[in-house]
Design a protein around this ligand. Structure first.
Ligand code: KG4
Ligand code: ZN
Length: 350
């Protein structure tokens, strides 16, 4: 077939999402991308509360699916498959989306494709741009911080990952400590633009190490100590802390990504052509500018997915389903229907 239409379902964190994507000759068209963000529910806590997230997914998910199909003008029987996140993520939420997807697929007599959420982030750049394997991926969000080579469909080589907090978490925890809004990234970026990044000397954990791992928890503690020493904080102190923290985080990302780019070039030669930056933190304009410069220095093309596809969404889940259908690699349906939600599911296990 030269066309597939797939429903995607995403419930692994604090977004309840459903989307319909059509694959046609290697390109993706998003027919509907419905996302309900639970930010208001979790904002008072400064982070996602798993139990609250799961309870909110439950009454919303069927409405999101109906909205997506209606908006896409695709009657359910016209779908070729249903793809649902099966992990990694907050297990209560994953169970709700995966079980709904299985039931819907079974009722329609269509295949279910359980999708690895990290794999979906890794593949999404191909939905909107003609990006060939292999490519280097920097995945930076509230839940993930990884550098990998996307070698082929289902084939991912991890070059480095965070040993403690994810990078978005570092932004969010900084914001919480300084009494700023949740999620922290956007306000920290705005305040950093008005602050002095050199005022507070913060460490660059793991910089210069011969591996591409990250660590942000020591940096967070250093930021807290700097804040405590300057308390009570004025508005301009907070701006300077935001600027110093953002500079330290971005320096770490740039240092590790430069190392990964060198490994990528050495191991893949002429085929090493692109760097993809994905995840919510990719919205940061200072990071984008730095990655642009890094790519120019390493002769790589930079691809940053549109914002709506950087943060968690179901189009990326549907697209992953499309990629597997188009490659004629549908999972065994008995195993797929029996598959349990997985809180942890490293890409290496695919
Ligand atoms: O991908 P995403 O929507 O959800 C997860 O899977 O986590 O990423 C959300 C994360 C939050 O931690 C948020 O603070 C961060 O992305 N973020 C940013 C910016 N916008 C969002 N971090 C830095 N700068 C930004 N402009
Ligand atoms: Zn994610």
């Amino acid at each position: 077939m030269d066309q597939y239409t797939v429903l995607g379902i995403e419930t692994s964190c604090d977004e309840t999402a459903a989307s319909v994507v059509r694959w046609h000759q290697g390109r993706g068209e998003i027919l509907a991308n419905c996302v309900f963000s639970q930010i208001d529910t979790h904002a008072p806590y400064g982070g996602v509360v798993p139990e609250l997230a799961a309870r909110q997914h439950l009454p919303l998910i069927t409405d999101m699916i109906t909205s997506a199909l209606t908006q896409a003008e695709v009657p359910a029987p016209a779908l070729d498959a249903v793809a649902a996140t099966a992990g990694p993520g907050l297990v209560g939420g994953v169970m709700i989306g995966l079980t709904t997807g299985k039931a819907f697929a079974a009722a329609l007599g269509k295949p279910i494709i359980p999708v690895n959420h990290l794999e979906a982030h890794a593949l999404t750049a191909r939905l909107s741009a003609d990006i060939r394997f292999p490519y280097l991926l920097l995945l930076v969000s509230g839940g993930h911080c990884q550098l990998m080579v996307v070698e082929a469909l289902g084939q991912y080589r991890l070059l480095g990952q965070t040993l403690d907090d994810a990078v978005g978490e570092a932004f969010d925890k900084t914001a919480k400590y300084l009494g700023l809004s949740y999620p922290g990234g956007p306000e920290i970026e705005a305040r950093a633009a008005r602050g002095d990044a050199k005022r507070f000397q913060l460490p660059r954990p793991l910089a210069g190490q011969p591996h591409a791992n990250f660590s942000f928890s020591g940096l967070k503690t250093a930021m807290q100590q700097a804040a405590d020493q300057s308390a009570p904080l004025t508005d301009s102190d907070i701006n300077d802390l935001c600027a110093s923290m953002q500079a330290a985080i971005l320096d770490c990302l740039i240092d590790r990504t430069a190392l990964a780019a060198a490994i990528f070039a050495a191991d893949y030669g002429q085929n090493a052509k692109s760097l993809v930056v994905a995840g919510g933190v990719a919205a940061n304009q200072v990071l984008r500018q730095a990655m642009q410069e890094l790519c120019a220095a390493h002769q790589l093309a930079l691809h940053v997915a549109p914002a709506a596809l950087c943060t968690d969404n179901a189009a990326m889940i549907a697209w992953t389903g499309c990629e597997y259908l188009a490659a004629d690699r549908l999972p065994d349906q008995i195993l797929a229907l029996a598959m349990a939600a997985r809180p942890r599911w490293p890409l290496a296990e695919l």
